[in-house]
Design a binder for this molecule. Structure first.
Ligand SMILES: Nc1nc2c(ncn2[C@@H]2O[C@H](COP(=O)(O)OP(=O)(O)OP(=O)(O)O)[C@@H](O)[C@H]2O)c(=O)[nH]1
Ligand SMILES: [Mg+2]
Length: 191
C-alpha cells in the first residue's frame, strides 16, 4: 500500500498500559539504545524535523510516542535502553512498560531494531533480539549514523549481521537522508 509520508500526525504519548492505542492500523516500532537515533530516523521518514522530539538529555522520558502516518499506519517511538545514568527503578519501569507493550499493543507488524553502525550489536541489543523472538515478534535491523563512517565499513558491518541472523540490514543516516526509500519501501510492502 502506498503511503503519503508527508502526512504525519502525532497521536499521543503512552506512559502505561492504559495509554496504549486501540488500533485498527498496522503498528511499526522503532527500538534501540538510548541516543541511537530513533527519533531522528522517524523524522527522516516523516519528512518533518520536529515531529518526534530529539531531546538533549538522552533517555530522559520513558514513554512510547505514537504517530499516525497518512491515516494508514502507526509508527511507535519506543523508549531507549542502555542509558548509563538511569536509576534502577527507571530500568524497572522501562521493562514493565516494554513488556506490557509487546504483549498488549494490538497490531504490531514489525519492530525495527536500530543499531549505531559504528558500534554494531552490543549485548543489550542481543538481549532485545532474544526477547522479541521469545514474544514471537517480527524484527529487522537498521543501522543508523552511517554518515559517521566509511560506507565500506558500514557494508561490512551489515554483512556480519547478515551472516549471524540471516537478515538484510537497512543502512541509514538521518543526517544525510540515506536509506529513506529503502525503509519506506520495506514498510509499504508489509501492509
Ligand atoms: N551524524 C548523525 N547524527 C545523528 C543521526 N541520527 C541521530 N543523530 C544524533 O544523535 C543524537 C540522538 O538522536 P535521537 O534521534 O534523539 O536518538 P534517540 O534514539 O531517539 O534517543 P533517545 O530518545 O534519548 O533514546 C542527536 O544528537 C542526533 O542529532 C545520524 O544519522 N547521523
Ligand atoms: Mg528519542
Amino acid at each position: 500500500m502506498r503511503i503519503n509520508w508527508r502526512n504525519p500526525k502525532f497521536l499521543k504519548s503512552a506512559f502505561s498500559e492504559g495509554d496504549f492505542i486501540k488500533s485498527k492500523f498496522p503498528v511499526f516500532t522503532f527500538c534501540g539504545r538510548s541516543n541511537v537515533g530513533k527519533s531522528s530516523l522517524l523524522n527522516m521518514l516523516m519528512l518533518n524535523r520536529k515531529m518526534a522530539k530529539i531531546s538533549s538529555t538522552p533517555g530522559k522520558t520513558i514513554s512510547i510516542n505514537y504517530f499516525l502516518v497518512d491515516g494508514k499506519i502507526i509508527l511507535a517511538d519506543l523508549p531507549g535502553y542502555g542509558y548509563a545514568k538511569r536509576l534502577k527503578k527507571e530500568i524497572d519501569r522501562w521493562k514493565l512498560l516494554m513488556e506490557s507493550f509487546f504483549t498488549g499493543q494490538e497490531g504490531i507488524k514489525e519492530n525495527f531494531i536500530l543499531i549505531d553502525a559504528r558500534r554494531g550489536l552490543a549485548e543489550l541489543d542481543l538481549i532485545m533480539v532474544d526477547w522479541l523472538k521469545s514474544l514471537h515478534q517480527e524484527f529487522s535491523f537498521v543501522f543508523t549514523k552511517t554518515d559517521k563512517m566509511k560506507i565500506q565499513e558500514a557494508l561490512k558491518g551489515a554483512r556480519d549481521v547478515k551472516a549471524v541472523f540471516g537478515k538484510e540490514v537497512i543502512l541509514t543516516s538521518a543526517k544525510k537522508g540515506i536509506g529513506r526509500k529503502e525503509l519506506t519501501n520495506h514498510i509499504e510492502k508489509k501492509i
